[in-house]
Design a protein around this ligand. Structure first.
Ligand code: MLT
Length: 408
């Protein structure tokens, strides 16, 4: 008899965004005449920058000729991309990261989800609440938690992000070994200052803990004083792994390219307390389970760092950020208290009612899809998340519809 991994039975039946898509699909089937504007899942809507498209085409052409054709590439990514990442995303900002500390992959979600398998079963894990569900669900699947009770899994330490702490949690009151942080935050849109981030780095150093720092939205930071990478903080190289993505930065959600940074001096420990390089463990895992991102896609990603690519991605991001400003301003004008949207494409709106009830209201009365905050955890109850990833026209229309629906 084939037996299942019983940990899967602890999970909610479907992943948050799949659940939402199903509800929206049911609504559209029941109301085929109604047009729906999607501001739920953070999925980009604008085409790839021309510089990326050109490089993508060139990569495909190379694959079409025997002289330039490429088979398997390096699992960690081509040097031409890793060197550009190290140069532009880190060295240019004073963060000492070398090309061989970068692992190119097909997504930050996959890397965030996969990395837990290199750590022991009995580590103590801290996750934010509200939280990007991947951090939690993958540890549930791996058997590091008990069952869920009132929306929280036994065995996890929840770091509450609330209006009171301006969505930046306090250090945990009990010891933890693995800490998930995400800034700019998904879903709250909150950002962390250097001083606040240093507190976490110091904690990790003092406790031989590790920080998994999800910086998938760093390119939306507008405030020049804010850190774009955890490696801008002294000592972080010893205790942090960072995840980045081209998905939101350059419109790669359908193209797939991301990377994870694992500094060589970052350590995890065996039962005897002996240190082991996380880099070597992740490299071992990557080489065994991954064959690299396709060559044309890596060519397209490298073009993000060309002069034209940088200007074009900047324009893309600026467009989404103008949407974010508009959404926040409109929702505040309607009397809602909001976070995010200033250095992040997400606006976290206090709906002053049950999250799913507000989701249903917006879908049924305004034809607008949001993400219910409760789907991100207990502290998300009462909130909804609006995504700025859409065309200006759709955002303007969505705001008009919401205003009308609330007035009716
Ligand atoms: C989100 O909407 O939170 C993101 O699109 C999910 C993701 O990037 O996986």
């Amino acid at each position: 008899m084939i037996k299942i991994n019983e940990n899967y039975l602890k999970l909610q039946s479907s992943y948050l965004f799949i659940d939402i898509a199903r509800r929206v699909q049911a609504f559209q089937t029941a109301h085929p005449d109604k047009d729906v504007i999607k501001m739920g899942i953070g999925d980009v809507t604008q085409p790839l920058p021309p510089a990326c498209i050109q490089a993508f085409h060139e990569g495909v052409e190379e694959m079409a000729n025997a002289e330039t054709f490429r088979g398997y590439g390096p699992e960690q990514g081509y040097a031409f991309l890793r060197e550009k990442i190290a140069q532009y995303d880190f060295k240019a900002r004073g963060a000492e990261i070398t090309a061989d500390e970068i692992f190119v992959s097909d997504g930050a979600k996959c890397d965030n989800g996969n990395i837990q398998e290199i750590f022991a079963q009995d580590i103590r894990i801290a996750v934010p609440d509200p939280v990007y569900p991947v951090y939690v669900d993958t540890n549930v699947m791996a058997g590091r938690t008990g069952r869920a009770k009132d929306g929280r899994y036994e065995g996890l330490v929840y770091l509450e992000s609330t209006r009171e702490n301006r969505f930046i949690p306090e250090l945990p009151s009990e010891p933890v070994d693995l800490i998930y942080l995400c800034y700019p935050n998904n879903p709250t849109g909150a950002v962390i200052t250097r001083e606040q981030l240093k507190v976490w780095v110091d904690y990790a150093r003092e406790n031989r803990a590790l920080i998994l720092y999800d910086a998938a939205y760093e390119s939306f930071i507008r405030d020049p004083g804010l850190p774009r990478s955890i490696y801008e903080i002294e000592g972080a190289r010893e205790v942090a792994v960072e995840f980045r993505s081209f998905s939101k930065t350059a419109g790669f959600t359908g193209t797939r390219c991301a990377y994870t940074v694992v500094p060589k001096i970052c350590m995890a420990y065996d039962e005897t307390g002996e240190p082991h390089a996380v880099h070597a463990l992740w490299n071992r895992r990557h080489g065994t389970k991954f064959n690299g991102v396709s060559y044309p896609v890596q060519k397209a990603a490298a073009a993000v760092y060309s002069e034209a690519g940088r200007m074009q991605t900047r324009a893309l991001i600026d467009g989404y950020m103008e949407n974010a400003t508009l959404i926040r301003r409109e929702m505040e004008a309607l009397g809602f208290s909001c976070a995010g949207g200033e250095n992040s494409p997400y606006i976290w709106v206090d709906g002053r009612q049950d999250s799913w009830a507000f989701f249903d209201f917006l879908l049924n009365k305004a034809g607008v899809v949001c993400t219910p905050g409760a789907g991100f955890g207990r502290c998300g109850q009462g909130y909804i998340r609006l995504s700025a990833f859409n065309s200006r026209r759709n955002v303007e229309q969505a705001m008009t519809r919401i205003r009308t629906a609330l007035a009716g």
